[in-house]
Ligand binder design. Structure first.
Ligand SMILES: NC(=O)c1ccc[n+]([C@@H]2O[C@H](COP(=O)([O-])OP(=O)(O)OC[C@H]3O[C@@H](n4cnc5c(N)ncnc54)[C@H](OP(=O)(O)O)[C@@H]3O)[C@@H](O)[C@H]2O)c1
Length: 252
């Protein structure tokens, strides 16, 4: 399926996987609706794209703001063809009995509730038009758990369940629902997880060739460009050096 002139809504477009997907979709001729909190990053990205682009400064945790942003889209941006639910984050690593509960709230509010708010705002239009595709960015962490990561993993297990649930709820509507679940991928993810501690963040990728945002964008674009009768349900993608979430072959 050609993406030319399709409207694609990408959340978390200001860096990493989201930004790489935006670049991939733009190269395929799509029109991009891009959202994140950091407006400067969105504006910079939009200025580089050679396709129509509309920026939304949006915190996906703010339900009223999400509803208003989608309800007040300019008329030419309302017929969203593809929603890429990508905005998300991990915060800290902590045991269930001593982790920072602010970190828990932020992960649950962003990865689960934020994804729900965006979906609730966008999907009705797709149902009305009888056409659309939702691609959720899950994680290897939704299939596996690591010590100190139980809450992040539970949010991604939730995304896995929501992807399945969306497919059930949209049964017979013609709307596709897919999920792309990355393993270790080098983005701003670890820097955000460790609250800006770049030394600690770098250790996550030490001695290994991780995935890049561009690797994941290739897979997302593959899902998005199948013929309309084909739905890619779930793609789990890891670096070759990662056999399970806690089993990464690192060169010293
Ligand atoms: N990197 C990995 O190893 C990995 C592996 C598996 C899954 N993932 C998933 O991939 C997705 C993208 O992460 P990434 O690796 O590309 O990390 P990243 O570079 O940190 O990008 C995260 C994006 O999410 C946005 N975001 C975070 N909180 C938000 C909020 N409250 N409202 C709106 N946007 C928000 C950020 O934008 P602003 O800060 O500008 O708002 C940013 O654009 C996430 O769902 C993550 O869980 C990552």
């Amino acid at each position: 399926m050609s993406l030319k002139d399709k409207i694609i809504f990408v959340t978390g477009a200001s860096s990493g996987i989201g930004e790489a997907c935006v670049r991939g979709f733009a190269a395929a001729g799509a029109r991009l609706l891009i959202a994140a909190r950091r407006r400067d990053c969105l504006d910079k990205l939009a200025a580089e794209l050679k396709v129509p682009c509309h920026c939304l400064t949006l915190d996906v945790r703010d339900r009223a703001a999400v509803e208003a942003a989608v309800a007040h889209l300019p008329a030419e941006w309302t017929s969203i063809d593809i929603l890429l639910n990508n905005a998300g984050l991990a915060r800290g690593i902590g045991k269930i009995y001593d982790a920072d509960q602010e970190d828990w709230d932020e992960m649950i509010d962003t990865n689960v509730k934020g994804l729900l708010y965006i979906s609730h705002a966008v999907i009705p239009g797709m149902v009305e038009r009888g056409h659309g595709h939702i691609i959720n960015i899950g994680s290897l962490a939704g299939h596996d758990v690591y010590p100190g990561g139980s809450v992040y993993c539970s949010t991604k297990a939730s995304v896995k369940a929501l992807t399945f649930g969306m497919r059930l709820d949209l049964h017979g509507t013609g709307i596709r629902v897919s999920s792309v679940d990355p393993g270790l991928c080098e983005t701003e993810f670890s820097l955000v997880r460790f609250h800006g501690d770049s030394e600690r963040a770098a250790k996550a990728y030490h001695g290994v060739r991780p995935l890049t945002g561009a690797d994941i964008a290739e897979v997302v674009l593959f899902c998005a460009t199948r013929q309309e009768h084909v739905n890619i349900v779930d793609v789990l993608v890891t670096p070759t050096a990662q056999s399970a979430i806690s089993l990464v072959a690192r060169k010293q």
